[in-house]
Each structure stands twice: as structure tokens, then as C-alpha cells.
Ligand binder design. Sequence first.
Ligand SMILES: [Zn+2]
Length: 312
Amino acid sequence: MLKRQPPSKLVVGKALARRAILADHQRKVLDELLWKAERGYEGEQRADDHWDDLHIAEPYVLLHGFEAVSSRGYTHQIDTILVTAHFVLIVELKNIAGVLTYEERSHQFLREQNGERMSLTDPFAQVERHEMFIRQLIDGIGVKLPVLSAIIMTSSSSILENMPERFHIFKLAGLRFKLQEWNNTYPVQVLESMVSLVRNELLAHHQPKKWQHPFGKVLIQRGALCLCGEVMQYRRGKFACRCGHTSSEAFFEGLHDYRLLVDEWITSKGLRDFLFITSKDVANKLLVRANFYYEGNTKSRRYLIPEDIWRK
Ligand SMILES: [Zn+2]
């Protein structure tokens, strides 16, 4: 099993929103990106809860948020992969409201909402790419399993019109019935042990990547940030703000942002500069207490900031 993590775009985007010094038009782009990423993640979580409630033919493996790079260097971000002894299913989740239509001739996936028409990325081309990639991986280990793909709409208010027959596109509520249908269409194809073999092969290729933001080199606001927007000072074991707020979490939040926006490694000097800590001893003490993995001797020591240092 692979549990879904918050998308990198959302995590890095939030850190940018907190600290990047952006021009107004960049801020607008970031807000829109974040809004979309939030909606997508909400839909993904809704879908993940739904899987828990289904009775899937055993044995099965569910991989949520799979990411890999093909031998030709192309990235594949797959929302969910289900592996059973019947088939492999690739799922693309879409949290889009409005009326959705597809014009097959022009490969246009259109959305209409409040009288406005918009062209969106062709999801069918997307899943076909993923399908080919996964088929190659499975063929490579000699497992003969049909690879299917589906686009599942996670928004209850989306309306599907004119969708091509040869693709599977449906609302989340239809998943249960589709799985039953496919189980009948594809009776058990392989031994149970093959399901684990496929899982291992897929996990060996799973390689999540950090989102690269589109703003180029940006100035980052340093300091432990208070909810009021001010920079806090470190005093007697805590960060304290002029507004009266104190925080013991600000240290972790600061390092979390540092890891995403500056570097995953930090030195004692780097910490002092970033969080405006004047005392060498205090900075060292904080780093020792945090118990990070480190490299180098005392003078040139650098500490690895863990991925899960802070979550929000
Ligand atoms: Zn404050």
C-alpha cells in the first residue's frame, strides 16, 4: 500500500505563500495554483475514503499518489493504482464542477460553468500515457495482467456529457459497480504472488519529486513568523512576538520552510541567519535537541532537516 501524501505543489506553495516576496501578479498566480491544488487534494482524499468502503477482490494493492519517471525521462503522476489478480487499474481523479464535454475530433475537454466555457487538459491523453508506461513496467517483469484506466470525477456537482464510449469516465459513486463489472470481465489472471511482484516493481519506481515553482529566483522572508505577520525573537526557550504571542512551534515551522525554499541541509550559522538567533550556543543547543541526522565534524557540521518536521 502507498498512502497519499499532501501534493508537493501544495506544501511548497504554502511555504511560498508564507515567505516569498512576490509581485502582485505573481501572488495572484500563486493563489490560483494553491486554490486548485487544495481542491484537487480534497477530491483525492474524498476518493481515498471511498476506497476504504469498497469490497475489493483479495489480494489487492492500492497505491495512492504514485510518481515515477520513465526511461525516456517523462514524469508520470498517477492519482491511484489498484493491482488485483484480475487487472491493474490506473485512476485519474478530477475535482471539477460544471458541465463537462469532450470533442473527440479536436481532443478538447471542455468545462462550462456559470455561462463560461473553458478548455482543460485532455484527461484521456493523460491516462493513455500512464497506461502505456505501467504496461511496460509490468511486461518487463513478465506478468500478464490487463491494464485498465479510468477517470473518476470526485466533485458531486460535475455533469458528464458526450463522453467517448471507449474510455471509462464516471462519478465516484460508480466505482463500486465498475469494479464488479471488471471483475466479471477479467476473471483471475495471475497467481496471488504476482500481485506482490507487481507492487514491488511499482514501488521500486516510485520517486516523488519536489515541485518547482514558476517564479524563478525569489526573495524569502527570514525569521520565525508570528500569526500577526511580525518576526519573533528567540528568548528563554521560546519565540516571542511583540504582540504578546509566544510559540515553541515556530522553530519547526521555520525549518520546514527553510527545507522547502532554501536547502534540506542547514548549518548552525544558517540557522542563526534564518531565524535571527544571535547566540551561537543557543543555535547549537536547538540543533542538538532537534536530534537531526548530521554530517561533518563540529566546525563544518550540517544537519538534515527531516521531511515531516512540521505539518500543516
Ligand atoms: Zn505577533
